[in-house]
Ligand binder design. Structure first.
Ligand code: GCW
Length: 549
């Protein structure tokens, strides 16, 4: 298998080679001790050993079975007083041990240990003095998720970096090692959930919850040691396709029972599955509207089937009329999600989450924030961003999206007075929610560098860091990424950071300026076209002319 030089992305620890700090670490660090033998602890042991040897250039580190006074790095659940830590939080703290420094990584959970381990390695990549390390961190968001729009045949809807890393010709790919490498990359950012198939669930992917459960199980086994739970995108009309039922009406007792039984079968194979993700009544996908039911009926039916297993049902709010007449000025696509879902606020079960795209239209280069944020007060909700550059240059153009996401996250809805920003809503700090967080459509494929355009790796990195902590600044994330990827050369750092940080606005200026959306070519969405979508059926009108914007 050919791997590009940039295959390692930001886990390119060997970049530290020439740095004076790497020499110091080499003298200071010689042994590790990881307590715990669960699958994630084994990953911690591997990652710590691997990261430290790559960073210091030492072949191997002594592994102590029990912590000793001279152990350089100790990672163990509850090793330190964990006051103030959430389950996935961690402490990484250095202390003097004789004339040496000892670093302890502690968390209430194995998953937290893994995140602490990567946080520690990040500190070393930044060249920080070992003795100065003293971090206590909790994730701000509970759900830190990625959505794959991968199809079973290996194609990716809106994928710009080659074919799927999961599937090929209706089977899993041969190169499962690469999927494991992907899991590492995600775990290093604290991603804890992924949906493994396209929300447009075609005929074949519908079988993932039945005869192809074997492949879901294989993927779950790969991701589990990295603390990542799987979600399945499901076809709302599965009972009709898979069992020949005549309806998928959510209030039909046979339909309800079918989902209860089928969900039990899924959980028998994958007991820690995160749950299901659904795109319903949207862009010709089936849904409850066909039966005169609303989206709370549809979502709750599935939520109740998942409930006994601790599963979560994520329901997308991307619902609108995609068969519009452009002369119709009444139907307003920008209002659609709001009009469908605001009246249902408070009607969704506690294990149901609404997934809301950042803007009211569809991942345009610039959009206002969806009005559902700040209005849905009694509904679990997560934000959906798009890392894959569908409307933003398709990974052939440089368009670094962290500044865009920062604007969205910092937007003040004033829902409960000033300071009711989107990031706080997502963290569950404004309204009471049993689940909250953030997700994004990912940008990876089988290209040697994962993302087509190497600098597009920064979008994945930036998303993961913001999902963990939305208060990080774009500049800090950018500096971290450049150094972790390309090393410590000041000129490279300065030049690449500047290119990244300015690129979104530059892209906007040459494709869709003045806040006008949809000025792209229909279908594939590449390249500017002033009236590209103006007279189509999709409800995508900017209606800007010589008289007004
Ligand atoms: O932006 C549109 C995309 C579709 C996508 C849809 C969605 C998965 O062009 O490719 O379908 O959004 O988000 O459901």
């Amino acid at each position: 298998m050919v791997r590009n030089v940039d295959y390692k992305c930001w886990l390119n620890f060997a970049q530290m080679g020439g740095h004076p700090a790497a020499k110091r670490y080499r003298d200071q660090l010689d042994s590790i001790c990881v307590l715990g033998d669960g699958p994630i602890s084994r990953t911690v042991k591997e990652e710590l050993g691997r990261g430290l040897s790559e960073l210091t250039g030492k072949d191997s580190f002594a592994v102590h079975a029990e912590p000793q006074a001279e152990t350089s790095v100790i990672a163990a659940v509850d090793y330190l007083e964990n006051g103030g830590l959430l389950d996935e939080g961690y402490i990484v703290r250095a202390a003097k041990a004789g004339d040496k420094v000892q670093v302890v990584i502690s968390s209430p959970s194995e998953r937290g240990l893994l995140y602490g381990t990567f946080a520690f390695l990040r500190q070393l990549q930044a060249g920080r003095g070992l003795e100065k390390i003293d971090i206590l961190e909790n994730p701000k968001n509970e759900l830190r998720m990625l959505n794959h729009w991968d199809n079973f045949d290996g194609s990716i809807e809106r994928g710009y970096a080659g074919r799927s890393i999961f599937y090929n010709r209706n089977e899993l790919v041969d190169d499962l090692g690469r999927i494991q490498d992907y899991a590492r990359l995600l775990a290093s950012l604290g991603i804890n959930s992924i949906a493994i198939n396209n929300v447009n669930v075609h005929y074949l992917e519908t079988t993932f919850i039945e005869e192809r459960l074997d492949l879901v199980k294989t993927l779950a086994d790969i991701f589990r040691p990295y603390g990542i739970k799987l979600f399945l995108s499901i076809n709302y009309a599965s009972p009709m396709q898979l069992a020949g039922l005549e309806t998928a009406d959510p209030l039909d007792p046979d339909v309800q029972q079918w989902w209860i039984d089928q969900t039990a079968k899924v959980y028998e194979q994958i007991p820690d599955l995160g749950g299901f993700l659904v795109k319903a009544d949207s862009e010709n996908r089936p849904g409850p509207f066909t039966y005169g039911r609303n989206h709370a009926d549809g979502a709750n039916m599935l939520g109740r089937a998942l409930k006994p297993f601790g599963g979560i049902l994520i329901w997308r709010c991307f619902v609108y009329d995609c068969q519009q007449d452009w002369r119709d000025y009444e139907t307003d696509r920008a209002r659609a999600a709001y009009d469908h879902f605001y009246p249902l606020d408070g009607e969704f079960d506690d294990n149901v989450i609404l997934q809301i795209k950042n803007g009211p239209m569809d991942f345009q280069v610039r959009e206002p924030v969806s009005p559902l944020f700040g209005k849905l007060e009694r509904t679990n909700q997560i934000l959906e961003l798009q890392i894959t550059q569908e409307y933003t240059g398709q990974q052939r153009h440089l368009c670094y999206l962290v500044p865009q996401w920062k604007e969205i996250l910092e937007f003040d809805t004033f829902a409960k007075g000033p300071g009711s920003t989107v990031d706080k809503i997502l963290a569950g700090a404004i309204f009471e929610q049993s689940h909250s967080g953030i997700t994004a459509v990912v940008n990876v494929g089988r290209d040697g560098n994962w993302t087509g355009h190497t600098l597009a790796q920064a979008n994945l990195y930036g998303y993961g860091r913001l999902a963990w902590d939305p208060s990080l600044s774009a500049e800090q994330i950018t500096d971290e990424w450049v150094v972790a990827t390309f090393g410590h050369n000041e000129k490279v750092k300065h030049t690449v950071s500047k290119m990244l940080l300015r690129s979104w606005e530059i892209y906007e200026n040459y494709t869709t300026p003045l806040g006008i959306g949809w000025m792209c070519n229909p279908g594939h969405h590449y390249g500017p076209s002033v009236d590209g979508y103006e007279y189509s059926k999709w409800g995508t009108y900017h209606r800007a002319d010589h008289q007004a914007l």
